[in-house]
Design a protein around this ligand. Structure first.
Ligand code: PLP
Length: 294
């Protein structure tokens, strides 16, 4: 990944939501060291983040990403982020993006151990080339996430549903999927329900209806899935949040992984069983997602 630009964000109280925040943003060299060794983000993965897709300088779904950042921060007992300040940082980074696809990352860390405040920064990097996944699809395997459906409500300290910096498990799941000859994973509960992929939401089309697992299952509420639902509903199609049994993966007549940078990647196989790719709809979804202007 080619790092293009980075900004450190000086803490500003969240009740100061107006005003000009540009003076609180500090441009730093994206290739140079910028964090002290005591950083809890590095030591414990203790913080939250967002990845925003950017096309031709337009960052997508900034509002929903900022809302999710605030939601993740609340679940982790981090101070509420000043969303006007973060939006100013996103806007500043986007001015450096130029043509093509890139990604803006927002990171809010608990800061230095024993320190007075969180550490926050924003980076801009070139996006990886996702044209192959969007065209040819991804083969997925189902992987047990190790808990039943009711756990997020019973055990909030597990931070399920927060986009924390602790993605080591998600990365391990992708490596396991590759060991099994697939490209990616779909997490399922011990009692047999579909959750999400390690870095994407899951969308199924069953009998002409579109369904995605409900965020109450302790998964992220995908900003791309929100965009896709708005598009499908605009076309008069039905789209709903449901509790999705694993068996529905085999019943689906088409399925996708949805995320901010990869966009809509059709699922071409589940646990070695082929799934049909709806080429026209996939192309339509990606054209719509790429053409968004905010
Ligand atoms: N679920 C997980 C675990 C993710 O990491 C992501 C994105 O990174 C998503 C879902 C999809 O979210 P979004 O569409 O907002 O990128």
């Amino acid at each position: 990944m080619a790092w293009r630009f980075a900004l450190m964000i000086d803490p500003v109280a969240s009740d100061d939501q107006g005003g000009d925040h540009t003076g609180t943003l500090r441009v730093v060299d994206p290739e140079a060291a910028a964090l002290p060794l005591g950083e809890l983000s590095a030591q414990r993965g203790d913080g939250v983040f967002e990845s925003i897709g950017v096309v031709d300088g337009h960052p997508h779904e900034v509002g929903p990403h900022l809302e999710r950042l605030a939601h993740s921060a609340a679940l982790c007992d981090l101070p509420a982020p000043n969303l006007a300040q973060w939006r100013a940082a996103v806007d500043r980074a986007a001015t450096e993006a130029g043509p093509g696809e890139s990604v803006i990352k927002l990171i809010l860390s608990r800061g230095v151990e024993g320190g007075p405040h969180p550490t926050a920064w924003v980076t801009l990097a070139d996006a990886p080339d996702n044209t192959g996944a969007r065209r040819d699809g991804v083969r997925v395997v189902t992987l047990d996430r190790g808990y039943p459906l009711g756990v997020p409500a019973r055990s909030p300290w597990l931070l399920l549903g927060a986009k924390t910096l602790s993605y080591a498990v998600n990365m391990a799941a992708i490596r396991e999927a590759k060991r099994r000859g697939a490209d990616d994973a779909v997490f399922v509960t011990t009692d047999g329900f579909v959750l999400e992929a390690p870095t994407a939401s899951v969308l199924l089309r069953i009998d002409g209806r579109f369904v995605t697992p409900a965020p109450s299952a302790g998964i992220l509420h995908g900003t791309t899935q929100l965009s896709v639902f708005a598009h499908l509903e605009g076309r008069g199609l039905q789209a709903a949040y449901e509790t999705v049994p694993v068996a529905d993966l085999a019943r689906a007549d088409a399925a996708w992984l949805l995320s901010s940078v990869r966009l809509a990647a059709p699922i071409s196989a589940v646990d070695g069983m082929p799934v049909a790719i709806d080429r026209d709809l996939t192309d339509e979804l990606n054209a719509f997602l790429l053409a968004r202007r905010d």
